[in-house]
Design a protein around this ligand. Sequence first.
Ligand SMILES: [Zn+2]
Length: 325
Amino acid sequence: MDEDYPRTLSELEDRFSTYAACLEYLQKIRWPNGFICPQCKAKEKWKTGRDLFHCANCGAQSSVTSGTILHGIHKPLPMWFRAMWHITNQKYGANALGMKRLLGLGSYNTAWQWLHKLRRAMVRPDRDKLCGIVEVDETYVGGEKPGKRGRGAAGKALVGVAVEMNSNEDDHALGRIRLQHLEDASAESLIPFIQDVIQTDSTILTDDWAGYANLNAYGFTHVSLGSKELKSVHLVAALLKRWLLGTYQGAVRPSHLTYYLDEFTFRFNRRKSASRGKLFYRLVQQAMMIDPAPAPSLKGPALPFLSGQDNSNLDPLDADQDHNI
Ligand SMILES: [Zn+2]
């Protein structure tokens, strides 16, 4: 289908003010060629009621949100559309308090859970790998003291950073990025990260850290440079840290870091997109592709914040922490 999305907030509100309108839009996106049973992939069905499909083959009943991140959401669907618009229209990221205020949600918890569900939809499950020439490095986020390479450091998390070089000679800007929360900087952590996010015939630029030494054996062309030459990964790492501090005051739990990395990646890779409506469309599309995340799986362990920041003078609700979910 043509990419059909609202251009402005008022267009969104006019068009998606009812449950039925949202449902119809989601159906066009999830099943552009007609219903497919999520259980058995059969196409024959009959409708039961307004929004349920009964599969003629296996008898399963599904709605368009079955088995997606919006699973089980009915009446508040127009509010979810507004939430998706809001999250894609914040230049720097959305926080739970802003979401709560905007949507008039009753509790901070609810807003926090909505945001976390939507963050999960920010990365396409079948996303392409980076290719061509790619810079790779790792960086610590959080904590006060610099971490020592190859070891853990208290209050810090290690993030693998991969940045595609734009091959277009007229445009020296950075290409796409991928980020991943890594256990440590050993080859056992770095190589699977690289295999996960970069095509094997690519050229990989790293510094001379031993964890990268064997990359040629995995089908990559490895070029080892002086650390100062890796300008793109260092720039992205600096932007990531600034974003985590500026938008979330560094109050990100290690158990949730992956979702923030996904949010940053989504925003970064689409930073030049002329149309915010298009980002909304992508998010809706991806929300239809992601497994459901019921509330219990969103609950993180009670770990200290991934931050050595002094958060004591902040309104605790402004930090994106979780409360008793
Ligand atoms: Zn079926």
